[in-house]
Write a protein that binds this ligand. Structure first.
Ligand code: FES
Ligand SMILES: [Fe+2]
Length: 415
């Protein structure tokens, strides 16, 4: 249900296409409002949670689709339902907890009550007091349920959309991206923890960062120095036909650094004197038969599926206005993990997350960009690493998947 939000016609995408990105897209409140209508409420699927977070009827979590708060709940029949988290009476937020269990949802404002399928079941003082006040006798309860979204579940991941037109989820993702989700969610998972990371930048700067395979071993000294992820490892970059989804992967044990900048000692990130006081943080094991040790998947618009060694996570990037956003992390392992495996996953996740050495740097760099572009919205970023196309790449020395994001973005935004 894309809404007819108009864009200031003075905005024009540069003629060079997706290898130029006008800084205005990160600073313009009108474009931000348009994204809410055309992307977050438009023809896209949005991840809202995991089935395992709500194993029994009445279990719920709350999340956001763009700026819209939603509730994900397992209904009495065991199906996953997603509603706008807004009372159908006069709009109060219905559920303020981030997760829990409820037999019904009751609004604190005037006590309207909804069942797990979103139907209005009760209205306080419906018959008034002593025949005074109350609702008209013909008030139609069935016309005042919660706003329900279309839902699909894929390997335990629950997605929702406002759109009646968007293709079914596997088609939206495409075969390659669906197969990678099946690879990661290949057996029952166990949740290990969650945290949130506030960022002082537009949400798309972080999405660019995730899709930018080029920066990882340059900005993140840790990944390079300890040989966790270098561009000289065997790897690849795959991009969905629409451009919006990507998968970058590498194999830690298949590497040749001879003749590269890694061997020449010109990279800040390649510091030989950088040591860890506690080497347990680097303990890993090979757990996927394909030998891939790092795989970052970006699902348009704002979901990341992470495998960094044995640190598995989902990250959802929630916009919070034009120059702020919050990254929601959900760490997991598998139900059949040994305690030693769980320990290793948690230690590695500490390094990758916001209190470690990787995501802290991504948050910092986003804020640096946001601060420096603010005064020059008409200037542009340059995206020409790996060419000017949006195509599958044999090398990760490329910005092809960032260009892919902008291709999908321009299509949905009609820019
Ligand atoms: S706004 Fe929810 S009951 Fe009135
Ligand atoms: Fe990064």
């Amino acid at each position: 249900m894309p809404q007819a939000t108009t864009i200031d016609l003075s905005f024009q995408w540069p003629t060079l296409g997706v290898c130029r990105v006008p800084y205005q897209v990160f600073t313009d409140p009108a474009l931000y409002a348009c994204e809410q209508a055309r992307i977050f409420r438009g023809d896209a699927w949005h991840w809202v949670g995991l089935e395992v977070e709500a194993p029994s009827p009445g279990d719920f979590t709350t999340q956001h689709i763009g700026d819209t708060p939603v509730i994900m709940v397992r209904d009495a029949q065991g199906a996953m339902q997603v509603f706008i988290n807004r009372c159908a009476h006069r709009g109060a937020m219905l559920c303020v907890e981030s997760r829990g269990h409820a037999n019904q949802f009751t609004c604190v404002y005037h006590n309207w009550t909804f069942d797990l399928a979103g139907r209005l079941r009760g209205v306080a003082f419906r018959h008034g007091i002593r025949n005074q006040g109350g609702l008209p006798p013909d008030f139609d309860f069935s016309a005042h349920g919660l706003h329900r979204l279309r839902v699909e579940v894929l390997h335990g991941l629950v997605f929702a959309t406002f759109s009646e037109e968007v293709a079914p989820l596997p088609e939206y993702l495409g075969e390659r991206m669906t197969a990678h989700i099946a690879r990661i969610f290949n057996r029952p998972i166990r949740l290990l923890g969650r945290y949130r990371q506030f960022m002082h930048n537009n949400w798309k700067l972080y999405i660019e960062n995730v899709k930018d395979t080029y920066h990882a071993s340059i900005l993140h000294l840790f990944l390079t120095t300890f040989g966790l992820n270098r561009l000289s490892m065997e790897g690849g970059l795959e991009i969905s036909p629409c451009g919006g989804h990507h998968l970058s992967w590498s194999k830690r044990n298949v590497e040749d650094i001879a003749g590269t900048e890694y061997a020449q000692g010109t990279l800040r990130a390649m510091q030989q004197d950088f040591q860890l006081a506690d080497p347990r943080l680097l303990q890993t094991w090979f757990e996927f038969p394909d030998g891939i040790t790092n795989a970052i998947q970006g699902i348009f618009p704002n979901l990341v599926v992470q495998q960094i060694q044995n640190s598995l996570a989902l990250r959802l990037m929630v916009p919070q206005g034009v120059d702020a956003c919050e990254l929601h992390w959900l760490l997991f392992g598998y139900a059949d993990d040994t305690p030693e495996h769980t320990e290793m996953r948690l230690l590695q996740s500490n390094l990758v997350g916001p209190a470690g050495l990787v995501s802290m740097e991504d948050g910092m760099i986003g804020s640096w960009v946001q601060r420096t572009i603010a005064q020059d919205p008409e200037e542009t970023a340059v995206l020409e690493m790996g060419g000017r196309e949006v195509t599958r790449q044999g090398s990760r020395v490329s910005e092809a998947s960032v260009r892919g994001f902008w291709q999908a973005y321009r299509t949905m935004m009609d820019l």
